[in-house]
Design a protein. Structure first.
Length: 156
């Protein structure tokens, strides 16, 4: 089909992210998982750590690479010649927000957005919620790839 970008903060990458990566890798010729860099936002993991985790969990998919972007996502898409943005949707609130972003991105540059509904097993999982549960000593191994889980526990 074409090259797609799956953007996010991935702080940390969850099984929900991995599911979107796997499904996008089937739908597109090439997928770039792009970790956003925003110096004004506080992250638990550095961009280098997020890239390492994403690279590790994306290994099984031969057409998936990992990159980073700072600034407008559509500028990054243009710079790597990607025609599509992939977004996973967990609930209606995600759709309301992401639809507006998709329409703006299309207006700015013509880059389209494809929405992938989250698998039901991951619909309630978010990086923020996983971090909060882990900080409070709760079990989060069911929500994270094993390599990410061990890094999260070590970080906390």
């Amino acid at each position: 089909m074409s090259k797609a970008v799956f953007p996010g903060t991935f702080d940390p990458p969850t099984n929900g992210h991995l599911d979107v990566i796997a499904r996008a890798s089937v739908a597109f010729t090439e997928v770039v998982v792009a970790a956003g860099v925003n110096a004004s936002k506080q992250r638990l993991f550095s961009v280098e750590e997020r890239i390492e985790m994403l690279t590790e969990i994306a290994k099984p998919f031969g057409n998936v690479t990992v990159g980073t972007f700072d600034g407008l996502l559509v500028d990054y898409c243009r710079s790597i010649d990607a025609a599509v943005i992939v977004k996973g949707l967990r609930a209606g609130g995600d759709y309301d927000y992401e639809l507006q972003m998709a329409q703006m991105n299309r207006k700015l540059t013509g880059v389209d957005t494809v929405f992938l509904p989250t698998a039901p097993d991951n619909a309630y999982v978010s990086s923020s919620l996983v971090k909060e549960i882990a900080r409070l000593g709760g079990p989060v191994d069911a929500f994270l790839p094993p390599a990410v889980h061990s890094r999260l526990l070590a970080k906390l």
